[in-house]
Design a protein. Structure first.
Ligand SMILES: *Cc1c(COP(=O)(O)O)cnc(C)c1O
Length: 376
């Protein structure tokens, strides 16, 4: 009887108390009981996003909120600047083009973070309506300098639209304090829930842009959702069970405190990175690693796909490989949400056995020793 451990950068494990909340009978979404749930969830989401703004709740995967971020705030033909530093950066370009926007990209090599200076100099040249970027580029394990870019966009007419899907609840990204314009996230990364919910928060500047926006939106109409949320309702049938789970997950985050959550995730991320290096492995994003996910280059001659397969089949630990140009070259492990220090040690121990089996030679036990030393 194999015990499984989910350490992929989405979905992530769901705590027992959250699973039990979702196992309760389905209630009606227009009745007082559910409205009470939504009322509390609205407040807890403001705590999570560190904002006074309403946080829109959608029944979709994270990409739905990304699409809505574009379709609610921009106009046909608008010029936007996209930070393309991996798979999810490319998604911003795809969405923007699907809505008839003019896309200019900053192409950043995979494994590297964009420089705020470069964004600034492109913006100075270019009449862009918005910058679209990731806070954490999950495909490469990179963290981008959102705050530094916000320092520039805040005082301008340009909207800063941020995919925080592996950032919100992972590391500090205070929406109001930094002056972001749109921040989106999804349920299955740091929020300790199954996939199926997406969230979006808009600044005053973004809500004004919404009034002028002429792009088509119906299901993802954020203004309509905001109006309904003010009466503790959603426009359409919400994902009732998921929202009941969300209430429990957000309560747990609040009880722990965001600062503590961030510190714990950062410690597990550091232990993971250093343990990988102690095993003679190289990090894919050594200069600006995301606390959500660690991307690791496999030694020459080893296929990263094999690492993922052996970890899954022999050790019951789900991790992921690389996508596109990083396929076969890297594997990725996540340390956000409901992951414990013990999970990190177990993952490193299994990885030591896996790499040994694949012929990588390194001083046995060094990875585990490093991880335990840092986590003690
Ligand atoms: C997971 C992820 C997404 C996509 O979310 P879906 O829920 O699969 O639509 C988008 N951006 C980033 C950075 C992610 O990690």
């Amino acid at each position: 009887m194999e015990k499984k451990l989910l350490m992929t950068p989405g979905p992530t494990p769901v705590p027992e108390s959250v699973l039990l909340s979702m196992a309760r009978p389905v209630i009606h979404h227009r009745h007082p009981e559910f409205r009470g749930v939504l009322k509390e969830v609205r407040e807890l989401l403001k705590y999570l996003f560190e904002t006074k703004q309403e946080v829109i709740v959608l029944a979709s995967s994270g990409t739905g909120a990304m699409e809505g971020a574009v379709s609610n705030t921009l106009c046909r033909g608008d010029r936007v600047l996209v930070v393309e530093a991996g798979k999810f950066g490319e998604r911003w370009s795809d969405i923007a083009r699907a809505f008839g926007l003019e896309v200019e990209q900053i192409e950043v090599p995979w494994g590297k973070a964009v420089s705020a200076k470069q964004v600034k100099s492109m913006l100075e040249k270019g009449q862009h309506r918005a910058v679209l970027m990731q806070a954490s580029e999950t495909s490469t394990g990179v963290r981008h300098p959102v705050k530094e870019i916000a320092d520039y966009t805040r005082a301008s007419d340009t909207l800063l639209i941020v995919d925080g899907i592996t950032a919100v609840g992972v590391f500090p990204i205070p929406f109001d304090e930094w002056g972001l314009d749109v921040l989106v996230t999804g349920s299955q990364k740091a929020l300790m829930l199954p996939p199926g919910l997406a969230f979006a928060c808009l600044s005053e500047k973004a809500w004004k842009a919404k009034d002028k926006s002429d792009l088509p939106c119906y299901y993802f109409d954020f203004a309509k959702e905001r109006k309904n949320l003010e009466t503790n309702q959603t426009s359409y049938t919400p994902a009732i069970s998921l929202i009941m789970g969300l209430q429990e997950a957000l309560r747990r985050i609040k009880e722990t405190g965001l600062e503590k959550v961030f510190a714990e995730v950062a410690l597990m991320a550091k232990a993971t990175r250093e343990a990988m290096q102690a095993m003679g492995l190289k990090l894919y994003a050594p200069d600006s690693p995301s606390e959500a996910v660690t991307a690791v280059l496999v030694p020459g001659g080893i296929d990263a796909g094999q690492v993922v397969k052996i970890m899954r089949d022999k050790h019951g630990i789900a991790i992921t490989g690389g996508q596109d140009q990083a396929k076969g070259k890297i594997f990725r492990v996540a340390h956000m949400g409901y992951i414990s220090r013990g999970d990190i040690v177990a993952m490193i121990a299994a990885l030591e056995q896996t790499l040994t089996e694949l012929g990588h030679s390194f001083p046995s036990g060094h990875g585990v020793q490093k991880a335990t030393e840092l986590l003690a």
